[in-house]
Design a protein around this ligand. Structure first.
Ligand code: XBP
Ligand code: MG
Length: 250
């Protein structure tokens, strides 16, 4: 590939395994506060992850799993308020240090920064969730490591649409061939490859059986020098952990 200039990180499932014990728990706490008898089990949440975006996910749940609910006339307003409460619960969980970064993430970020490789974020989650995760895992400085944090409703269509990635490329005025994306899910890979971007996937409990075709490399995690990754598919070019040599060889 042309010399790597930019790494674009997805957030949920990639930087940290936030869905099962983070977002899902926050949704359930917001439902309880609103006196709703909704309870998103680990299994049900796995089905609901087919839809990206928390507000969209609540509507998907109502139309596909709880059609009997007597929704208020202003459904958008109801969902927006519920999602706002969910976000404050999620931020509290981040402040409590509930979810650590995934293996190799901090190491790769530091390697990239030392080598002058630019960093960006492209995520479907709400911007304040990204700040809370970064602040509480990497410190308040860490937000400034990323030249752009493209998140949530900033684009008309969320993943799997390519919008969030094309937005990053446009804002940074870079062509796809000098970038690599780190993702975790089928929706993410569809979005990044839809924007013409090479994509490395680190799977997790919810995404390991998803259709990840289009990813150039699929790993169990990013690994570390003393903690090798497992290659699920693709060519790791003899490397034992995700580093700049491997990313430049893709
Ligand atoms: C994952 C998502 C988000 C989160 C919930 O985003 O789809 O919707 O599940 O966050 P990504 P919100 O993998 O692109 O980081 O409730 O704030 O949407
Ligand atoms: Mg993700």
């Amino acid at each position: 590939m042309a010399k790597l200039e930019l790494l674009i990180f997805d957030v949920d499932g990639t930087l940290a395994d936030t869905e099962r014990d983070g977002h899902r728990v926050a949704f359930n706490r917001a439902f309880k506060d609103a006196q709703l008898d909704w309870d998103w089990s680990v299994e049900l949440y796995g089905k609901l992850l087919a839809v990206t975006g928390g507000k969209e996910r609540i509507k998907y749940y109502l139309s596909n799993f709880n059609a009997a609910f007597n929704a208020p006339a202003d459904l958008d307003g109801f969902v927006a308020e519920l999602h706002k409460q969910k976000t404050s619960h999620y931020i509290k969980l981040m402040e409590e240090g509930a979810i650590p970064l995934r293996t190799g993430v901090e190491r790769l970020l530091n390697e990239a920064r030392q080598a002058g490789v630019r960093l960006a974020i492209a995520t479907t989650t709400t911007p304040s969730n990204v700040s809370a995760l970064l602040k509480n895992t990497l410190g308040s400085e860490s937000e400034s490591w990323f030249e752009i944090i493209a998140a949530g409703d900033i684009v008309p269509a969320k993943k799997p649409a390519p919008d969030i990635f094309t937005h990053v490329l446009k804002e940074l005025n870079l062509s796809p061939d000098v970038c690599v994306v780190l993702e975790d899910s089928s929706n993410g890979v569809k979005s990044s490859t839809g924007a013409g971007l090479k994509t490395v996937v680190t799977v997790n409990g919810y995404t390991q059986n998803e259709d990840l075709s289009g990813a150039i490399l699929i790993l169990d995690n990013m690994g570390n020098p003393d903690d090798a990754f497992t290659v699920i598919s693709g060519d790791a070019h003899g490397q034992t952990h995700l580093n700049l040599d491997l990313l430049n060889a893709l």
